[in-house]
Design a protein around this ligand. Sequence first.
Ligand code: AMP
Ligand code: ZN
Ligand code: ZN
Length: 333
Amino acid sequence: MSTHQLRLDPLTGRWVVVSEMRRYRPSAIALSSETFPSDPARPCPFCPGNEEETPPALETYGPTGSWRLRVVPNLYPAFQGEEPMVSISHGPVFTQAPASGIHEVMVLSPDHGLTWAQLQSDQTNLIMSAIRDRIEAHSHSKAIRYSQVIVNQGRDAGASMAHPHAQLMGISFVPRELSDEQGGFSRFVGGCLICNTIALEESLGERLLESGSDAVSIAPYWSASPFELLIAPRDHGAHLHLSGQSALFGVGQLIARSLAILREKVGPIAYNVVFHSSPYRAFGNFHWHAHVYPKVTTRAGFELGTGVPINVVSPEVAIQVLAGERGGQEVAG
Ligand code: AMP
Ligand code: ZN
Ligand code: ZN
């Protein structure tokens, strides 16, 4: 039976349209590409041997003389400096504040041609440890209230560099997506929204991708886009950087496995990974997690006009495809 309904995202409080019917329009799905065209005339600044092309590293991991992972300041930062968050109004309409903060690039591997889906499991553990270290460093800055960690893979997902990398932005305000999620956790009655979601999805099974000993990967009931995944540690904790190693590594391993499954069953498509952890000095309930957003469709007029997404692949169908019970071509072909 085809799904055609509104579903409420309890994290953000937003409605989502899940409409399998819309998928049968011609060209409803346009698979993107994880690759990024390289320009041979411009050597990659993130490759070994080109370390001078980036600002000096903030952290380097790996044996002396070589490296397995590097964190460098972003050469073109969106957030910079330590000015406190003070907004200034120039008349009744124009309000501004300094874009203070930290903007870093994490080079995920020395190997230019790999994506996170293809990295060895000890490299994924290193990525998670490095994220924890950097976020912990950000947490000591009084000017920073929240850090956003992201991975953009493929030009269609907003990447401007081919080499596998993440970005970490420490910013002076709590962005809307996070304050919406904080609202979702406080509205939820009966414990933690994510702990409850994990327990329910494990008992139902139809939206469960993987159930690990330390973390779980699901296609959320309220998925706003095809093949969207939510990966969360079993251990309840608000802050990624205060989390134990088993939770950190557990989430990292499930992200890598989910990306590998997506690649195998749907194709080498572009995607974004975003981490959500509680803002630093917030005391409300929160359960840190990661979202994986494969790039399969484009936001069109209705989405832009209303802010209401239309998802043409229900999470139940997405899991059937990812579990190999249904061909990816049938849905995404
Ligand atoms: P993305 O746009 O997701 O591909 O992230 C790549 C980031 O690397 C961008 O935010 C760029 O500003 C940054 N970047 C590009 N070249 C360099 C460089 N040579 N050193 C440091 N950061 C760079
Ligand atoms: Zn490279
Ligand atoms: Zn979230």
